[in-house]
Design a protein around this ligand. Structure first.
Ligand SMILES: CC(=O)N[C@H]1[C@@H](OP(=O)(O)OP(=O)(O)OC[C@H]2O[C@@H](n3ccc(=O)[nH]c3=O)[C@H](O)[C@@H]2O)O[C@H](CO)[C@@H](O)[C@@H]1O[C@H](C)C(=O)N[C@@H](C)C(=O)N[C@H](CCC(=O)O)C(=O)O
Ligand SMILES: Nc1ncnc2c1ncn2[C@@H]1O[C@H](COP(=O)(O)OP(=O)(O)OP(=O)(O)O)[C@@H](O)[C@H]1O
Ligand SMILES: N[C@H](CCC[C@H](N)C(=O)O)C(=O)O
Ligand SMILES: [Mg+2]
Length: 488
């Protein structure tokens, strides 16, 4: 229970109709979730306009409404607060309503196109190994110390996010590492939170369906750095073109860079990259890590730098990093008795796919074939489809185009979009099998001893989303079953 006037602290208000000296029991942005004494925030969304549900929220006993347009007919017992940006107001109010939980632990945000889950999970594992109670908010799962809370989004909505932080604080967590997606930043899901640090991984082609232009995508990512207070640290990848952009006008008192190629505060050198893992040199010290791929050298380095910026001893950080296991579905591989290697990887952007296939190229002997099974998600950026198909062909000997999560799109139409990117000389390498399970089975059955199969796009996901339904699906389980069946 909280007074509306306290929840409104720091919200930019244009007009108030009614009293703000009223008690609020819950804060909701979905009219269907309004109950007795709820505060309802009307949001103009991608699919519908929450302003059309104000009366429904009131019918469900909401006592106050936050909106960008005042309704023509108002209920006399309801307080209406007019704001210029409901999303922003929701972020600030959710934090106020839950007593600003982000101020009660060290919250570190990780943003960028690729590497967020890997880096935040590494940091969660690292800080636990260093003896702390830690929270994690990620695509794969959320964690309150060692309790798993299933994730629905990469970054939860403002209310769920603050609720998770409250649970972390109550469980004694002193750190929380969280992925901050560009959608979340643009929709102000984390506005109002106090970050102790922010990490930038990289920026490449994704989500142009939502942000429309690359500049708008950059601006969304930069919001995390613009939010940082003076006491915070900002850590950016200087090998990435937008690394320095993130630091422009950033108020964080500690600003540090990391890189493989450029001059930076934190540097890493890759000594060996093999299926067994990475041998790197960080700050003059050797690290043998279980992760595979040069891109993971960036993730290891940013995790190391974050550990050091949080005040931990360099050697302790490196020792802990060497024992951390890779994240599920990120370059996760199985080798059949017949020596066929199948890699399951969450690469669902052109850059990620290129990185993974280049890693395979680095490691392979060239006597074998690389067979890639790949699809693209429906209801997501369609312009990455031809790019991903072109890259798959460029770095593979054979490619099977298939479905990812078609969502509400026609899977065959998605594959047609992909095929537009195939260069004429590469057509002979390609096949289309719309059914993902059949595509994986086919890849396993044509592979000969020594060959490498890459199954890209779905990584850890345990479902396939088709027409609003999430059907059980598991790339890794299908590979294991097929290998068994084939006696490979
Ligand atoms: C495009 C997008 O990001 N949409 C997110 C957004 O929904 P929205 O505000 O656009 O919702 P809407 O359906 O148009 O409804 C507008 C408003 O009317 C309300 N409403 C609606 C119906 C009703 O009867 N009553 C009512 O009050 C809704 O509750 C909402 O407040 O806000 C919702 C609450 O936070 C999210 O669940 C929803 O995520 C959708 C499901 C989604 O798929 N999002 C993906 C793209 C996403 O966010 N992905 C990123 C990761 C991407 C990456 O980095 O790879 C993530 O962070 O997960
Ligand atoms: N630092 C990196 N640079 C480039 N590619 C990477 C990097 N780290 C991981 N990848 C590739 O991107 C894929 C996704 O990695 P990860 O899940 O860590 O990214 P993410 O940013 O969390 O993605 P999402 O936006 O879906 O949450 C991996 O499977 C791998 O192919
Ligand atoms: N967080 C990403 C995940 C994409 C995963 C891929 N399997 C797909 O469905 O496109 C998104 O929502 O765009
Ligand atoms: Mg993620």
């Amino acid at each position: 229970m909280k007074l509306l006037q306290d929840i409104l602290y720091q919200v930019s208000i244009k007009e108030v109709v009614g009293s703000t000296n009223i008690e609020v029991e819950s804060i909701v942005f979905d009219s269907r979730k309004a109950t007795k004494s709820s505060l309802f925030i009307a949001i103009k969304g991608a699919l519908s306009n929450g302003h059309e549900f104000i009366d429904q929220a009131i019918a469900n006993d909401a006592v106050a409404v936050i909106c960008e347009e005042l309704p023509e007919s108002k209920s006399p017992d309801i307080t209406y607060v007019l704001v210029s940006d409901s999303h922003e107001a929701l972020g600030i109010m959710a934090s106020n309503f839950y007593d600003n939980p982000s101020e009660k632990l060290k919250l570190i945000g990780i943003t960028g196109t690729n590497g967020k889950t890997t880096t935040s999970t590494m940091l969660y594992d690292l800080l636990r190994l260093l003896g702390n109670k830690v929270g994690l908010i990620s695509t794969v799962e959320n964690k309150i110390d060692n309790e798993i809370v299933p994730a629905t989004h990469t970054t939860p909505d403002a209310v769920s996010f603050n609720q998770l932080l409250v649970q972390m604080v109550e469980s004694g967590c002193t750190y929380c590492f969280m992925e901050v997606s560009s959608h979340a930043l643009h929709q102000h899901r984390v506005t109002g939170a106090k970050f102790s640090g922010a990490v930038y991984t990289n920026l490449s082609h994704d989500h142009l369906d939502y942000h429309k232009t690359f500049d708008a995508y950059i601006a969304a990512k930069k919001m995390l750095f613009d939010m940082l207070p003076k006491e915070a640290f900002a850590l950016v990848n200087l090998d990435d073109r937008q690394g320095e952009t993130m630091l422009q006008n950033c108020k964080a008192g500690i600003q540090r860079t990391y890189a493989l190629k450029s001059m930076a505060d934190f540097k890493v050198k890759v000594i060996e990259n093999q299926f067994g893992g990475l041998h790197v040199n960080i700050d003059g010290l050797d690290l043998y890590a279980k992760m595979v791929g040069r891109f993971n050298a960036y993730n290891l380095l940013s995790a190391y730098a974050t550990g050091v910026l949080l005040g931990f001893e360099k050697l302790d950080v490196l020792t802990a990093l060497s024992s951390i296991n890779p994240v599920a579905g990120r370059f996760q591989y199985v080798i059949s008795p017949d020596k066929v290697t199948a890699i399951i990887d969450y690469a669902h952007t052109p850059d990620a796919l290129k990185n993974v296939l280049k890693t395979v190229e680095d490691i392979r002997t060239k006597n074998e074939e690389v067979i890639t099974v790949v699809g693209c998600g429906g209801n997501r950026d369609a312009t990455k489809r031809p790019e991903m198909a072109r890259i798959a062909c460029k770095f593979s000997d054979r490619v099977i185009f298939t479905s990812d999560n078609p969502r509400n799109e026609d899977p065959e139409a998605i594959i047609e979009d992909m095929i537009k990117g195939v260069e004429p000389q590469d057509f002979r390498k390609t096949n289309t099998i719309v059914n993902r399970k059949e595509a994986i089975k086919m890849a396993c059955s044509i592979a000969r001893s020594g060959d490498i199969i890459l199954i890209a796009g779905k990584g850890h996901e345990k479902y396939q989303e088709i027409k609003g339904e999430r059907l059980p699906f598991d790339d890794l389980a299908i590979v294991n079953d097929t290998f068994k069946l084939l006696n490979h």
